[in-house]
Design a protein around this ligand. Sequence first.
Ligand SMILES: Nc1nc2c(c(=O)[nH]1)N[C@H]1C(S)=C(S)[C@@H](COP(=O)(O)O)O[C@H]1N2
Ligand SMILES: [Mo]
Length: 393
Amino acid sequence: MSLLPQLKRRHFLIGSAGGLVGAAAGLPAMAQEGAALPDYVAWKDADDLIVHSMQTLETRRGAIGSGLVTPSEDLYIRNNLPAPPEEIVADRDAWEIAIEGVAEPQTMTLGALKTLGVETVACVLQCSGNGRAFFDHETSGTQWSVGAAGNVIWTGVPVRDLVAAMGGVSDGMDWMTGTGGEEIPDGVPAETIQVERSVPRAAMEQAILAWDMNGTALPLAHGGPLRLVIPGYYGVNNVKYLKRLAFTAQESPSKIQQTGYRVRPVGEKGDPSQPSMFEMSVKSWITGPLEEAGTGKVQIHGVAMGGTAALEKVEVSVDGGANWTVAQFLGPDMGPYAWRPFVLITELGQGTHMLASRASTVDGQVQPEMFEPNERGYGHNGWHDHAVDLTVG
Ligand SMILES: Nc1nc2c(c(=O)[nH]1)N[C@H]1C(S)=C(S)[C@@H](COP(=O)(O)O)O[C@H]1N2
Ligand SMILES: [Mo]
């Protein structure tokens, strides 16, 4: 099985040919190439997406390109539970949300919420398991390569404004807890499957309750009518179909909080003492060209994110990391939580070149070469595994 890591790292992610190599080698079916889009996301761009399952769709690496904003049609999908029915977005302003753990708790409609304040923020939405496919050990879960991430513009009410309108957070409430609106089937204990996540209370400073994404009403598939968005935090904390926002003394008792999304050594079970997938780290990856290019001038494109801090620079290597050149950012800076497309224009001779990118933040974080494995394959930002082999000639 010594071929396995090689295949996973170098070949399967690059389009359908790689998928066939994987299948022929008897690897588990990682992507249903050509599978039709599920009904609830039928409006998405099938050509730009890999359908891993009904609940998990990934943006193709090449489709990311130099996209400053990820079109909604291309944005990945990750549902832990089946999405709620379309009815919940029929009358958006009638959607109700309970606000708890504040001086004056109340349940209010989305219509009323819209009167409390509004802000627009651009941020990366990224699944904790983005990059999971690059680990050498067998990881359970969707084998995402780079496309469980997108840069999205959200509009909604700042949680700060909401809290201020309700007399402030009650004493001792150290956590901000969001509860998803999926229906829990009868007989199933809610905490076993409910998407309920708690984050440190300080995250309320940048969090918003969003009703609009990329300039249109938030689609059901991405959490409409209302979603908790926490810029700088991994996807799972951005609770969709938000029905409750509570400031709580403890972390949620839900399984997804207590044992899920916990970083631990390979082979170990999740438990609440381990680090949770909260803040994202600095990361970048090449988005093109991915397989072949002609000799001469080439534009090497990619995207880079700082996680919670602004980017300082992105460097690109065309020789597997021996030499690095600072790339040029493309387009406007949309703030510390957004990603920035970059490009390096260079000349390449015939042969195979290993293209890599390495991002750094203004506060000194640098994307590492290697990333230590962890049981569930969370948080991979190692530049080596994210590199691509380009054949020129
Ligand atoms: N209510 C609810 N919120 C949720 C989820 C979910 O299944 N239900 N999945 C989480 C996970 S793991 C991720 S990565 C993101 C995915 O967001 P997207 O489907 O809009 O891309 O939503 C998060 N919020
Ligand atoms: Mo996720």
